[in-house]
Design a protein around this ligand. Structure first.
Ligand SMILES: C[S@@+](CC[C@H](N)C(=O)[O-])C[C@H]1O[C@@H](n2cnc3c(N)ncnc32)[C@H](O)[C@@H]1O
Length: 224
């Protein structure tokens, strides 16, 4: 062995002794372990928080019928209530989002409700109702619209997606009493004939009266 190679071996030995000493020190150093735990806790908590907030917004997109949160525009809301001029009683917005239609309906005297799958949006809607002094006129339910009976409502509003309209038409046909008013935003029903079409483009709304043809026939056969 040359003197040079002896030096290299001794340097390597010193390094490996040093690094093994450091490793031992890291494990036994309570300050470093504490810092590691704090980092782990912070990132773990951050990740859990992002997951908890984001999941309710992402999960509607993963369902068979994807119905994401897209809030109604002010013009769309104005068209909804133009369609419901002279109507009173109870109203439900199915898939109520941040509650803007339900709250506007309450301001106009409807006893209004919303069903919404996203828990955060339900909480936010309740908070906005409370902040605006409307809590006693509104109800927000964290519920699946497909599992909610609509039979008790005088007026139903839906801002949905095209794929859901045939199935929703069937549901409303089964559940709603004749003469009830239904307003569809952005996408019309496939076979029902609208009473009125209000607005243009993405803000268009269609007003339907459930069982209109039957009501007309009954009136024709039994004139008052
Ligand atoms: C297009 S947004 C309409 C929001 C609100 N109606 C508006 O006009 O501002 C549809 C809403 O339906 C909700 N949603 C999706 N699937 C649902 C389901 N199965 N039951 C209840 N709500 C649902 C979404 O989370 C979203 O907030």
């Amino acid at each position: 062995m040359t003197p040079d190679s002896k030096t290299v071996i001794s340097v390597l030995d010193d390094d490996s002794i040093l690094s093994s000493k450091n490793k031992t020190n890291n494990v036994n150093n309570p300050e470093l372990t504490k810092r590691g735990l704090i980092l782990l806790g912070t990132f773990g908590g951050l990740f859990a928080g992002i997951y908890a907030v984001a999941t309710p917004f992402v999960s509607p997109a993963l369902r068979r019928i994807c119905l994401p949160f897209v809030p109604a525009t002010p013009l769309q809301i104005q068209n909804v209530f133009t369609a419901l001029t002279k109507q009173t009683g109870s109203l439900i917005d199915i898939g109520s989002g941040d509650g803007r239609i339900v709250l506007d309906a309450a301001r106009r005297g409807f006893k209004s409700s919303g069903v919404e799958l996203n828990y955060w949006l339900v909480l936010y809607s309740r908070y906005t109702a409370w902040k605006n002094g409307l809590s006693s006129q509104v109800s927000f339910f964290r519920k699946d619209l497909w599992k909610t009976s609509l039979s008790q409502y005088d007026n139903v509003i839906i801002f949905g997606v095209e794929q859901m309209m045939p199935k929703l038409e069937e549901k409303l046909d089964k559940e709603l009493v004749d003469g009830r008013h239904v307003v569809a935003c952005r996408f019309p029903f496939p076979t029902w004939q609208p009473e009125k079409t209000i607005g243009t483009g993405v803000d268009t709304v269609w007003l339907y009266i459930k069982g209109r043809e039957k009501l007309d026939k009954d009136n024709h056969n039994n004139p008052v």
